[in-house]
Design a protein around this ligand. Structure first.
Ligand SMILES: *Cc1c(COP(=O)(O)O)cnc(C)c1O
Length: 221
């Protein structure tokens, strides 16, 4: 089942230029292992504790993406452990990651999380806030953090037009940042699309889809 879904998704993503993050939060290591054996290498986790438990149980060439809300008191524990922290939702968190990265002697790759969904509960930067951050060129103060792009989620709705529009806004914000800062290097990632909406995200220019339920089944919280 898991292996089959991984192979199908890899096939469906072939030629799109987008990569697959297998969102494995709340699933046991055995399930991750099955996905790994089918060729999956990027895994997404949303809780620091769970991620740190899974790392030693999986092969070393796994690329771990952190995709959940990261509390500042957990930042230190993740230094040097992630290929990408996708969910930087405030300048405060970004600065903390930078301080701790420098302290640990590592460079941390991150995405800035955009809030475009019409739901109050979702965290992240409003598009204007993020454009302002790059207009101020505040990233030049970072010493050990590399901003690689943006991550976002669409509204949780069956209204496909609205979901597409949310993705279009995420991509447009990314494109605008590249216009504002044409000298930004390695700013090339647009992480959007989950189990229910990844095809719409691809249409709007996603380069990284984060898929959990379709691969691993429903999560038991
Ligand atoms: C859990 C989660 C996903 C995966 O969602 P599915 O609907 O299970 O595919 C993707 N992105 C983020 C940020 C998540 O927290």
């Amino acid at each position: 089942m898991i292996a089959e879904e991984i192979r199908l998704l890899h096939k469906e993503l072939e030629g799109t230029g987008a990569q697959l993050v297998a969102v494995s939060k709340f699933h046991p290591v055995e399930a991750l292992r099955e996905a790994y054996d089918a060729g999956q290498r990027i895994f997404g986790e949303s809780r620091a504790q769970e991620l740190l438990q899974k790392i030693p149980a999986m092969p070393e060439d796994v690329k771990w993406h952190f995709i959940g809300h990261l509390q500042t008191n957990k930042v230190r524990s993740l230094m040097g452990r992630t290929a990408l922290i996708e969910s930087v939702d405030s300048e405060h968190l970004l600065n903390m990651i930078d301080r701790e990265s420098e302290r640990a002697g590592v460079v941390t790759r991150v995405l800035m999380q955009l809030h475009v969904a019409r739901e109050e509960t979702k965290t992240g930067f409003a598009p204007e806030e993020l454009l302002d951050y790059f207009s101020r060129r505040s990233f030049e103060q970072l010493r050990a953090t590399h901003i690689c792009g943006v991550m976002g989620m669409a509204s949780n709705t069956d209204d496909r037009a609205r979901v597409s529009d949310d993705f279009r806004r995420i991509r447009a914000t990314f494109d605008r940042i590249r216009e504002i800062c044409p000298d930004l290097r390695g700013f090339d990632t647009v992480s959007m699309g989950m189990s229910g909406d990844w095809k719409l995200a691809l249409e709007q220019g996603s380069t990284l889809v984060r898929i959990g339920t379709r691969i691993f089944g429903a999560r038991q919280y």
